[in-house]
Write a protein that binds this ligand. Structure first.
Ligand SMILES: [Zn+2]
Length: 475
């Protein structure tokens, strides 16, 4: 690879306010088309926008969490373009005086921290939605005017994997702030990407393409990887790239040219005359800063310190806010010293159950009390680790408590000498050679005898107890 990849991401985020950015219409998703509209969001002549302050508060919180400098003085602008889902023929956005600039988001790449610069976070409104049917196109204006945040990164992302990591970290951060549901399927989080290649060591950026229509983080990664390869092949062949917008084809798994890129001059930006410019003072910012909860990276560091977790485990447990709360409650409820014993359940069997069901750890339907009860059985050596995994799966499937399942499946391990004595005697009698070997100092022979007893008990004997009883017998 003679090239260096340069990627910048532009994320659009729906803020989960109850009402739209500039009118009182509901933002609720999935309602009957064109039932959540009014003269303002339909752009009827003479209607006047009124700015939703909750949207501004949410926007400032995101900007602060991304380490951006909030601009004291900010305003809205009109971005003019014609499109059937944009009834005003302009979008209220921010141009030269955005809400905030110059932040960063830290991501982890191969265990190393890397800061990706955030150019700006600005506010705007969403357009409507077009629904294309076989012979006609329909338009739904319910989404028109829903508050959007545009988060623009610096071109400092160096690979499709880093882009994926950036999006995951951003989504996690936004979820902690509770200002958006970040649901890509509903379109509340959308991502466009710019990608260009340059010869290794060169300063100047290559010709970039803008990628659109990527509906999942995986699609972003795949589209970037495809585009990286396509550009490298063209450059290798001595061809010049066109600066264009390309669309990710989810069926063919390739990018297709949509149009050559428009520049900002094509939008004829000008200040929005119906909304006053405004000043965001220090007290306002300070008040919002206080309301910012512990964010994923802080929580990760705390989990490592407080509960002795590895960075890998802490990252998985803190990626989602709800999972992190659930995991922390479980670790606190567990009275044993080594919290890692609880974490192993999360990272091991529970994570594979969650992956299988394509759900979050906190959505498995397990309660703190229920999980701690199950772990207790293992800690007390009452059931084997293997049985515990079976119980966990059954708890998730049926919602029954561990105690009931253990009873139904008769999983309690036999540990007392009286119950085990007969089968131990039997095993010893049948394997006199192994007994002799053990007495001659061969440790392995003991494990063989334990195995024989386990088999005779059909897996119900407690192996530790059997081992102790055998040792006692041959002392
Ligand atoms: Zn409206």
């Amino acid at each position: 690879m003679n090239y260096e990849t340069v990627i910048g991401l532009e994320v659009h985020l729906h803020l989960n306010t109850k009402t739209k950015a500039f009118c009182g219409c509901s933002t609720e998703f999935g309602k009957q088309p064109n039932t959540q509209v009014c003269p303002v969001c339909l752009g009827l002549p003479g209607s006047l926008p009124v700015f939703n302050q909750i949207a501004l508060d949410y926007a400032i919180k995101v900007a602060l969490a991304l380490n951006c400098k909030i601009q004291e003085y900010t305003k809205f602008d009109r971005k003019n373009y014609f499109y059937p889902d944009l009834p005003k023929n302009y979008q209220i956005s921010q141009y030269d005086l955005p809400l905030s600039r110059d932040g960063f988001l830290e991501i982890k790449i191969n265990g190393k921290a890397k800061r990706i610069g955030i150019t700006r976070v600005h506010m705007e409104e969403d357009a409507g939605k077009l629904i294309h049917e076989s012979t006609e196109s329909l338009v739904d204006f319910n989404r028109t005017g829903v508050p959007l945040l545009e988060i623009v990164s610096e071109p400092e992302i160096s690979s499709p994997e880093e882009a994926h990591e950036y999006l995951a970290a951003l989504k996690s951060l936004i979820e902690y702030l509770d200002v958006s549901d970040c649901d890509m399927e509903k379109g509340s989080l959308r991502c466009d990407a710019n990608i260009s290649l340059r010869k290794k060591g060169e300063k100047e950026l290559g010709i970039k393409t803008e990628l659109k229509n990527m509906n999942s983080f995986k699609a972003v990664k795949d589209a970037l990887a495809h585009e990286e390869k396509r550009q490298a092949e063209l450059l290798d062949a001595g061809k010049t790239l066109a600066q264009e917008t390309r669309c990710w084809d989810t069926k063919e798994l390739k990018t297709i040219s949509m149009r050559t890129k428009e520049g900002s001059q094509d939008y004829r930006y000008f200040p929005e005359p119906d909304l006053p410019e405004f000043i965001i003072n220090e007290e306002w910012i300070a008040r919002l800063k206080e309301g910012i909860p512990e964010l994923p990276q802080e929580k990760m560091r705390r989990f490592i310190k407080e509960f002795g977790l590895s960075e890998y485990d802490a990252k998985i447990l803190t990626a989602s806010k709800r999972d992190s709360f659930f995991a922390e409650e479980c670790m606190q409820a567990y009275l044993g010293q080594d919290k890692k014993l609880v974490v192993n359940w999360f990272i091991g069997p529970m994570l594979s159950e969650a992956n299988e069901r394509n759900c979050a750890l906190s959505d498995l339907g397990l309660s703190v009390v229920g999980l701690i009860e199950l772990i207790g059985y293992v800690d007390r050596n009452e059931i084997s680790h293997l049985s515990a995994k079976i119980v966990l799966t059954e708890m998730i499937a049926s919602g029954k408590p561990a105690e009931t399942i253990i009873g139904e499946k008769n999983l309690i391990q036999v540990s007392d000498s009286v119950s085990l004595n007969d089968i131990i005697e039997e095993a010893v009698k049948e394997n006199s050679k192994s007994v002799a070997d053990y007495q001659a100092g061969k440790e392995n022979a003991l494990m063989f005898l334990v195995g024989q007893v386990m088999r005779k008990s059909k897996g119900k004997a407690n192996p530790k107890a059997v081992q102790d009883l055998l040792k006692e017998k041959f002392k």
